[in-house]
Design a protein around this ligand. Structure first.
Ligand code: SF4
Ligand code: SF4
Length: 442
């Protein structure tokens, strides 16, 4: 068991679903159930569903390795019924395993929020401010477990698969070396036309990209191009001061944001309408209420779907979280009752798509078998939660694919970084290592 997590640590595997938590730490814990989170509930993204269909052997292998490492007796692959290719491929591969099952989740958002994934597939509820391990569960996403299977075979993480879609000529799902500039990936999708802006990740939880030379990391969720005047771009670009002003002037305390908040409906104290009230009337708010912001998953339901007057409790929560964390304040509270209407309050994906005005860009983005190799990659030394890796190479070194170039600092939480293309190191900073293909000096 220790051998599995040691190999995963060596290979630099981190949670590919977005957070980037070092996977070897998760696999060093004891758990009862390992869940594969294959929900991929962000509209437009089509990476995990295609990887599960293309590499069911690796995914099942990664799942069984994670179960072995944690001592789990049960493995659940959680995905949506509409991912028929993935389900068909996985059914064939799990038929000889008595301890593995496929759990079909409704086509709702946010089925992929791990707290909701666990509740939908097992009925267990993570307490507010807690983690899945508190209730005996470990959750990993598809790409993470494929990387676990490869790690145990001795292959480190050097690539990332992601969907490039939206207002591009040829939506596509590509596998690229980590460190590839987003600009190159946009070209693989035929480029975009018109006045565009870009989102890193999904439409709901992704962030605006300000610079297309930004390199792909182990956690880059996707690249979505949308017209600059699209409501999502406008909303994501709003300054927090503007958001707070709107909240103060137009919140009618209708409570819709709380009624639809996925964390609230499963019994968490988090009530976005009360947080908005607390921020608007600081002098009469209870300090403990404000700490509930720390339990917000940032799913965006309150902002993008619930609020009828365009307020963003999500962004208010993000601002509150930053303040509370800077002061070292933690949330302490109990798990309450599940809303009897909870399952009916989750958002159907098709309705979300319409509400976000994304229908024109809902297209296939087929998984390409080709591997693009850019002329240059820039690998961040921190692509994960924890301390940045420390460079073990120097300018002028020639490196090969998979060679260790950034090492976890002694005794720290972190993840190793490996060269993703063959070439010569042309720049090293405390934050990044740049490699140029073919070994030519700059
Ligand atoms: S949904 Fe909007 S208007 Fe209603 S309580 Fe929440 S923030 Fe206020
Ligand atoms: S973003 Fe809004 S809806 Fe989602 S968990 Fe946070 S408060 Fe609830």
């Amino acid at each position: 068991m220790k051998e599995i997590s040691a190999k995963v640590r060596e290979a630099g595997v981190v949670g590919a679903g977005g957070a980037g938590f070092p996977t070897h730490v998760k696999l060093s814990a004891r758990a009862e159930i390992v869940i594969v989170n294959a929900a991929e509930c962000e509209p437009l993204l089509k990476t995990d569903q295609q990887l599960a269909a293309r590499y069911p052997d690796l995914l099942v292998k990664g799942l069984t390795l994670a179960m072995e490492a944690t001592g789990a007796q049960k493995g659940i692959i959680a995905l949506k019924g509409k991912y028929k290719d993935a389900i068909g491929a996985l059914e064939l591969h799990i038929k000889n395993y008595k301890d593995l099952e496929i759990s079909i989740m409704p086509d709702i958002y946010p089925a992929g929020d791990e707290v909701i994934t666990i509740w939908l597939t097992t009925g267990r509820r993570v307490p507010p401010g807690g983690i899945p391990l508190d209730i005996g569960v470990v959750v990993n996403n598809v790409q993470t477990l494929i990387n676990v299977a490869r790690a145990v075979e001795g292959t480190p993480v050097t690539t990332r698969t992601l969907t490039v879609t939206g207002a591009v000529k040829k939506p596509i799902t590509v596998t690229v070396p980590i460190g590839t500039p987003l600009r190159d990936i946009l070209e693989l999708a035929g480029g975009g036309s018109g006045e565009l802006a870009y989102i890193n990740g999904g439409p709901m939880m992704g962030t605006l990209i300000t610079d297309l030379s930004t390199p792909v990391t182990k956690t880059t969720g996707g690249l979505i191009a949308l017209p600059k005047d699209h409501m999502l771009i406008q909303r994501k670009g709003q300054r927090v001061e503007t958001i707070l002003r709107i909240a103060k002037t137009v919140c009618e305390q209708c409570n819709f944001c709380t009624e639809l908040c996925p964390r609230h409906i499963i019994g968490h104290e988090l009530s976005p309408h009360r947080l908005i009230r607390a921020v608007n009337y600081k002098n009469i708010s209870a300090p403990s209420l404000v700490t509930t912001a720390l339990t917000c998953s940032e799913c965006g339901v309150c902002e993008a779907y619930a609020c009828p007057v365009g307020i963003s409790p999500l962004r208010v929560n993000i601002a509150l979280k930053a303040e509370l964390r800077a002061k070292g304040i933690k949330y302490q509270g109990e798990l309450g009752k599940v809303d009897p209407m909870a399952r009916h309050r989750l958002i159907p994906s098709s309705r979300l798509m319409d509400r976000l005005r994304l229908r024109p860009w809902y297209k296939e983005a087929p998984l390409s078998a080709e591997m693009y190799v850019p002329d240059e990659v820039t690998l961040k030394l921190q692509q994960h939660i924890g301390a940045p890796a420390i460079s073990v190479v120097q300018v002028g070194d020639v490196v090969h694919v998979g060679q260790l170039i950034g090492k976890i600092p002694d005794g720290a939480l972190g993840a190793n970084v490996h060269a993703s293309i063959e070439g010569r190191v042309i720049n090293v900073t405390p934050q990044t290592i740049t490699i140029r293909k073919g070994g030519a000096a700059k």
